[in-house]
Design a binder for this molecule. Structure first.
Ligand SMILES: [Zn+2]
Length: 372
C-alpha cells in the first residue's frame, strides 16, 4: 500500500505526506505537468529550485514516443529524465478520447498515431503495462471520458470506467508480481472517479472506486471550478479518508487550488500555468496580466514584487515585454518559472494556512484580491 500520513484535517481538507519509492510529497501539493517527460521551457533543476515536489507525465505521449520500453530500459521515468523525485502518469485516456477519429469499444480505444498514422488499440491492460514500463510511482486507471455532458452518455462512460477499473486492477496485480520477481520498485494505482457534473453519478462512481483495493483516487473529467466544491464534497465524503486523492487537470485558476484543497484533494496537476506563461499570461497577486500589453513597455517594476522567483527578483516587466515582443525563448522560460513558482507557492501557503488554522482568512484575502 502507498504510504500516506495525515498530519492534520480541517473539515474535508487535510495536510499530509505521501511516501513514494522516489521520495516524499508534502500535501496538498501542485504536481508539475511533464507531458512528454519534461516541463515545457523548464529544466528539472529549475523545477526543484522553485519547490516542485512531483511531476505528472502523459502515458499516451510517452507510449507513442520514445516508447515505454525505452524508458524502462533507461531505468524508469525518474531516472531517464533525471528528475529523480516522485512521478505520476495519467492513463492516457484523456488525450486519446480527445482525438478526432478515436473509436471506443468495450475492448478499449482505437486511435491513430499523430506521428506516423500507425493504428493502436489502447486497452486498460495495455495502459497498465505501459505505465509499469514508464515506471512512474503512481499510475491512473484507464478511464473513459464522456464525449458529451448528456446524462446517459456520462453514465455509460462511467460504467465502462468501472468495468475497465476491474481490468486495470487485474493487470496491475500481474505487473506487481512481475516487478517483485524482477526486484523492481513497487508502483501504485489510483482509481479514477468520473460522472461529470451529475452529483448522483459522482457518488456512484466514488462508491465503486472506494470498494476497490487501490492505493488512491484520481478525480477526473473536471473542467471548471463551477460546482466543483459540491462535487468534491460528495465524492470525498465517500472516498476512504486514509488514501490520497488527486484532482486531475485542475489548477490553471488559483481558485481551483483553494477549492481542491478545501474539499479534500491532496495533489493537483495542470498544464495551464506553463501554457499560459508561454503565451505571456502571468499570475500576480492582483490577477493575471498579459505581459505583451504595450502598457508594460516602460514599466520597470517586477511582475509581482512579492514573488521570490528568478524573474521577479531580477527583471522588470519592461524587459519581459521586450523578450515576448521579440519572441526570445528566454521570455517563455522566465514566464514559465514565474507561473510555476506562483502555483507551487500558493499551494505551499495553503498547506501552511491549514496547519496554522488560518486557511479561511488566507483564502478570502487571496481570492478577493486576485479576482477583484
Ligand atoms: Zn515571480
Amino acid at each position: 500500500m502507498l504510504k500516506f500520513e495525515i498530519e492534520k484535517t480541517s473539515g474535508l481538507a487535510r495536510v499530509g505526506e505521501i511516501t513514494t519509492p522516489n521520495g516524499k510529497i508534502k500535501t496538498p501539493a501542485f504536481v508539475g505537468a511533464a507531458t512528454r517527460g519534461t516541463v515545457k521551457a523548464l529544466t528539472f533543476s529549475e523545477m526543484r529550485a522553485l519547490g516542485s515536489q512531483a511531476i505528472l507525465a502523459n502515458t499516451y505521449h510517452l507510449f507513442l514516443t520514445p516508447g515505454s520500453k525505452l524508458i524502462e530500459e533507461a531505468g524508469g521515468l525518474a531516472k531517464f529524465s533525471a528528475w529523480n523525485a516522485p512521478t505520476f502518469t495519467d492513463s492516457g485516456g484523456f488525450q486519446i478520447f480527445s482525438l478526432p477519429d478515436v473509436k471506443i469499444t468495450e475492448a478499449g480505444a482505437k486511435f491513430k498515431s499523430y506521428l506516423n498514422g500507425d493504428k493502436f488499440l489502447m486497452t486498460p491492460e495495455l495502459s497498465m503495462q505501459t505505465q509499469w514500463e514508464i515506471g512512474a510511482d503512481i499510475h491512473m486507471a484507464f478511464d473513459q471520458l464522456a464525449k458529451s455532458e448528456n446524462r446517459a452518455d456520462m453514465e455509460r462512460a462511467m460504467n465502462r470506467t468501472h468495468r475497465w477499473l476491474d481490468r486495470c486492477l487485474l493487470e496491475h496485480e500481474n505487473q506487481k508480481l512481475l516487478a517483485k520477481k524482477n526486484k523492481k520498485p513497487e508502483q501504485f494505482l489510483y482509481a479514477v472517479v468520473q460522472g461529470g457534473t451529475f452529483l448522483n453519478l459522482r457518488a456512484t462512481s466514488a462508491r465503486y472506486a472506494a470498494e476497490k483495493p487501490v492505493d488512491g483516487f484520481g478525480i477526473g473529467g473536471v473542467f471548471t471550478a463551477d460546482g466543483m466544491d459540491e462535487m468534491l464534497k460528495v465524492v470525498n465524503q465517500i472516498l476512504p479518508s486514509e488514501k490520497p486523492r488527486h484532482l486531475l487537470g485542475m489548477g490553471q485558476e488559483p481558485r481551483d487550488l483553494f477549492i481542491g484543497a478545501e474539499f479534500g484533494c491532496d495533489t493537483f496537476d495542470c498544464v495551464g500555468p506553463t501554457r499560459l506563461a508561454r503565451n505571456g499570461a502571468l499570475y500576480t497577486l492582483d490577477g493575471r496580466i498579459n505581459i505583451k500589453n504595450s502598457k508594460y513597455k516602460t514599466d520597470f517594476s517586477p511582475v509581482d514584487s512579492s514573488c521570490d522567483c528568478e524573474l521577479c527578483k531580477n527583471y522588470s516587466k519592461s524587459y519581459l515585454n521586450h523578450l515576448f515582443r521579440t519572441n526570445e525563448i528566454t521570455g517563455k522560460v522566465l514566464a514559465s518559472l514565474h507561473n510555476e513558482r506562483f502555483v507551487v507557492r500558493t499551494v505551499d501557503k495553503i498547506r501552511a494556512a491549514l496547519l496554522s488554522g488560518d486557511f479561511e482568512s488566507y483564502k478570502t484575502d487571496f481570492l478577493s484580491r486576485y479576482y477583484a
